[in-house]
Design a protein around this ligand. Structure first.
Ligand code: GAL
Length: 827
């Protein structure tokens, strides 16, 4: 048994209920591939991996028995160990306003991503009567992949984040074993964050007939999209002559809602239009997906079939109405996300991505920015399915460098083809509502940069006339003067809240996007005293305070953004830096060791919400109320000392009680940004016991309440899996949060006990993370200290169904068990 066989695959793989039934786990060798018009295999298993230089001709067929067995997606660097010396740099980070070069550690995560690696995989395609077209598609490979087939170089691509495919029809030997070898190379100083290393995204093998639909050859647009009518235009590029195309449109239930047959092509492209009456419009609230089934025939014989998911929706940007989705103005309540998945590193995993998005759904977030590079297909498919608007970004550098070996090395030669592949591979996703040509590129300065901005935007327009283009600009003054900002479809401002008004007046577009906002820093569950607003604040323990008052020299507090979002109709939304902590960029501690991951997240590296998550939730989640109190109430030694209490709540006012004594009523007021969005009791003196918040309506009537208490000493472990039933596919993951409670069941918020994990049955321990940016404990060891009382460990399924029994122990503490079930899903 080897890889999974997928039939008739195109840009989408999720939510295809009917189609997934065809997803048989059978060996390609034993499959009757000839009976199908197109076969796609995701090459997941059976890879060999070796890290090092090519001393023996690894591209050739050699004995690789001693190499490591790995599955792809694979990130060779995530196993660490963390090491201060990796990618240590003595630099001045000019984007951060630094003038003097100083030693920086942990900038790229202190993980061993630098160097060369080799992947090898042997595979066969069956002998066929007629010649086949065979493609290899890489969804991304970090980085500079060089692809060899049977010892010959067949293709290469520099940018690790982009997808590309190679036609290997002339090199493949049907009926025999073929050896695929991929060389990966990561230069030092090639990134500003942890990029990961290796075949971190999927590799696809596509076998089809020569007379077939081109890869990425179906383009769906919806030029009319309202509640009465959807006009669906589909262009289908193909190879062959004398072809006939039948395109069917299926609704979510699989019911055929439209069909069209054509033989009239324009060159090698068919064009069809479909009226859909009373369509279900796609939106974050109703992520309704249709499927186009494109069937290509030659002389009555089906030669190819491709399924493409799409949504019917209308996007519009204007000075008069800002951003509109389906005719209704709305704001982006978005987060920026790096591509790493914390303890899993950068190896793409659908369960991990889905979990992130579910956490963001509860936040009330409606959009994602893939900062600062091309996303994985899986992430965008999930956004289509779960309802998130997507800002797909391309580059962090153009021709001018930020880091010595960054993308500027390739910009001149590769930028156009990188943009073309991004657009071609992703354009059918309804979630994508905007492209970004770059982030804070140093080319914002100077006339050359203006030309580059126009050149890139024109390429996006040429490839996709339906979506606008932005660039995240931090050099706002320079871009006002040079014309850089004026030429963009959507002027995106990174930070610089004090310049929004000026930029709005200076730029002709009539609206401004907060393409990157806040960069407030905090460590989950850590609170510092005295409680005060501070820029670039550092502490000896290398943590940041969760009173959410600390930010960077270039950034600001969330509340400053909220004022702009609420008071300026011409601000079309914001993308907060960041939704989740990520590996690398440990600002403000990039000059101190150990510190190897960010402090910016609304959630920590383990995905556990920090307090700041609830500040945004109190504004963004309009479906369910928020009451969140901070800090925790276990302050032995602070008795009698001022310990302010903040409440992040969707309610407008409320009263705070400490052990039954009123601390007074607070009401949100416009007297300052902080008082407008937070209820704050600055003079509370700590005494152990109960803190209670009573939310009130405008008449002073109680509408809701919440309490927290001082916990006694830890007594027992508690476990909370995010999912108790997972898919027995060897890739699905249950994320289990572990914490300690006292005898009465109160959560112990300061516990730092070490926990040990045992997993038995049809699952395996995969990784653990506690969200502490200074921890050097490996993610892969089944043992870790709690950080601020919590951690999350990951249990993955095997390919066999059955029970998974999990036991967590800790010295002197009552242990805990939980049982999961792994099942073969037949979705
Ligand atoms: C921005 C930059 C991000 C990240 C952030 C940290 O300027 O675009 O990549 O570095 O600062 O605050």
């Amino acid at each position: 048994m080897d890889d999974k066989l997928y039939c008739n695959w195109q840009q989408t793989r999720l939510g295809r209920s009917v189609f997934i039934i065809l997803m048989l786990t059978i060996s390609i060798l034993s499959s009757n591939a000839r009976a199908q018009s197109r076969t796609e295999i995701i090459l997941k298993k059976g890879w060999k991996f070796f890290q090092g230089k090519n001393e023996k001709g690894y591209e050739k067929d050699l004995d690789d028995a001693g190499w490591q067995n790995v599955t792809v997606p694979h990130d060779w660097a995530i196993n660490g160990p963390f090491d201060k010396e990796i990618d240590k740099q003595t630099v001045a980070i000019t984007q951060n306003g630094e003038k003097v070069a100083r030693e920086k550690t942990g900038r790229t995560g202190a993980l061993p991503y630098i160097g060369e690696g080799w992947y090898r995989k042997r595979f066969r395609i069956p002998n066929a009567n007629a010649k086949k077209t065979v493609l290899l598609q890489f969804d991304g490979a970090m980085s500079e992949p060089q692809v060899y087939l049977n010892g010959e170089l067949v293709g290469k691509w520099n940018y690790g984040y982009n997808c590309f495919f190679i036609d290997i029809s002339d090199r493949i030997i049907p009926g025999q074993e073929n050896t695929l070898a991929v060389h990966i190379s990561n230069r030092p100083r090639s990134s500003r964050w942890y990029p990961g290393a290796g075949l971190f995204r999927n590799v696809h093998l596509v076998v089809k007939e020569p007379s077939s639909i081109e890869q990425w050859g179906v383009t769906v647009t919806t030029p009319v999209a309202n509640l009465k009518l959807g006009k669906v235009n589909i262009k289908t590029r193909f190879a062959g002559s004398g072809m006939r195309l039948i395109t069917e449109i299926l609704d979510r239930t699989g019911k055929k809602v439209a069909i069209d047959t054509t033989t009239k092509s324009y060159g090698n492209e068919f064009e069809q239009a479909f009226p859909i009456t009373n369509p279900n419009l796609w939106s974050p609230e109703n992520p309704y997906l249709y499927t186009a089934v494109s069937k290509l025939y030659l002389a009555g014989r089906l030669t190819d079939e491709v399924r493409t998911q799409f949504g019917i929706r209308d996007i519009h940007y204007s000075a008069a109405a800002g951003f509109q989705l389906n005719g209704v103005s709305r704001k982006f309540k978005g987060v920026c996300l790096h591509h790493d998945l914390g303890p899993l590193g950068t190896a793409v995993n659908t369960a991990a991505l889905r979990r992130q998005l579910m956490i963001l759904k509860d936040l009330g977030c409606n959009s994602i920015r893939s900062s600062h590079n091309m996303p994985s297909p899986e992430q965008v498919e999930l956004c289509d399915e779960l309802g998130f608007m997507f800002l797909a970004e391309s580059f962090d550098e153009w021709a001018k460098p930020k880091v010595a070996n960054g993308y500027h090395l390739f910009f001149d030669s590769d930028a156009e083809k990188d943009v073309v592949n991004l657009v071609k591979a992703f354009r059918n996703h309804p979630s994508i509502v905007m492209w970004s040509a770059g982030n804070e590129v140093p080319d914002q300065f100077g006339a050359e940069g203006v030309k580059r901005a126009k050149w890139l935007q024109d390429i996006f327009h040429r490839e996709d006339p339906t979506r606008p283009v932005t660039v995240g600009m931090d050099q706002v003054k320079a871009t006002m003067q040079s014309g850089f900002g004026a030429l963009l479809d959507v002027p995106g401002l990174n930070y610089r809240v004090h310049l929004y008004e000026e930029a709005y007046k200076a730029f002709p577009q009539g609206f401004i996007l907060g393409s990157e906002t806040a960069s407030t820093v905090s460590s989950r569950g850590v609170y510092k005293f005295p409680v005060e607003k501070a820029k670039d604040k550092k502490y000896d323990d290398m943590q940041c305070s969760s009173y959410d008052l600390e930010y960077c020299s270039w950034s600001n507090l969330p509340d400053d953004d909220f004022v702009l979002q609420d008071d300026k109709p011409w601000v079309i939304g914001e993308f907060v830096w960041t939704g989740f902590d990520y590996l690398g960029e440990p600002t403000p501690y990039d000059e101190r060791w150990p510190s190897r991951s960010s402090y910016f997240g609304l959630c920590d590296l383990a995905g556990i919400p920090k307090d700041r998550y609830y500040l945004y939730r109190s504004r963004w989640n309009t479906e369910s109320a928020t009451i969140h109190m901070l800090p925790h109430w276990n302050w032995k030694g602070r008795e009698g000392q001022v310990t302010p209490v903040f409440v992040y709540t969707s309610y407008d006012r409320g009263e705070l009680f400490i052990n039954g004594k009123s601390m007074g009523i607070r009401k949100k007021s416009k007297s300052s940004p902080l008082e407008r969005y937070r209820l704050m009791w600055m003079d509370v003196k700590y005494e152990p016991g109960t803190v209670k918040f009573v939310a009130m309506d405008s008449l002073g009537h109680k509408v809701a309440e919440k309490s927290m208490v001082t916990a006694e000493k830890p007594y027992q472990i508690r476990l909370e899996p995010d999912r108790k039933v997972i898919h027995a596919d060897g890739q699905d993951i249950s994320y289990i949060t572990a914490y300690l409670v006292d005898r009465k069941g109160n959560v112990c918020p300061t516990a730092s006990n070490t926990l040990n994990f045992q997993v038995e049955g049809k699952g395996a321990f995969q990784a653990v993370c506690n969200g502490d940016a200074t921890s050097l404990e490996p993610f892969q060891k089944p043992e870790m200290k709690l950080f601020s009382g919590k951690l999350v460990f990951l249990v993955k399924s095997l390919e066999e169904a059955g029970n998974i029994n999990i036991k967590v122990t800790s010295k002197g503490i009552k242990s805990a068990t939980v049982q999961l079930r792994s099942e073969k899903f037949t979705r």
